[in-house]
Design a protein around this ligand. Structure first.
Ligand code: AMP
Length: 114
């Protein structure tokens, strides 16, 4: 399987893991869209929320709940936004589910209908 996040997980593509546990790892996004832009990536490969097993859902919930504890390390104390792109309309480009963590500045929320 040719998946960039699986290759990072397995150390085949170098990328600094800022945090890692049995459920997930966190890296910096290579093309940051905010002052701080991280990716929280579940270790198991699946593309969409609809592909989640019950075990994946439990693992994902555990992973989300770790983020507040990483606020100091990641610089999230001013607030942060989590974003999960799903499918074509959302512009998903890497087909291994991941959560964008955006922070480090006021995050505007554009009206996408305009
Ligand atoms: P999405 O468009 O939601 O699928 O997000 C994929 C994200 O992965 C994009 O923001 C990319 O910049 C990021 N990305 C792709 N390759 C790498 C990489 N090797 N290291 C870090 N981030 C990456």
């Amino acid at each position: 399987m040719d998946c960039v996040f699986c290759k990072i997980r397995d150390g085949e593509i170098p990328s600094e893991k800022l945090y890692e546990d049995e459920d997930m790892f966190i890296i910096r996004d290579i093309e940051p869209k905010a002052a701080k832009h991280y990716l929280m990536i579940p270790k198991r490969h699946y593309k969409l929320i609809s592909d989640m097993t019950d075990a994946d859902a439990e693992s994902f919930a555990r992973a989300l709940r770790k983020i507040p504890a990483l606020s100091d390390k990641l610089g999230l104390n001013g607030g942060y936004r989590l974003m999960v792109n799903q499918g074509d309309d959302a512009g998903q480009t890497v087909f291994h589910l991941h959560v964008h963590i955006l922070a480090g500045q006021p995050l505007d929320f554009p009206d996408l209908k305009k």
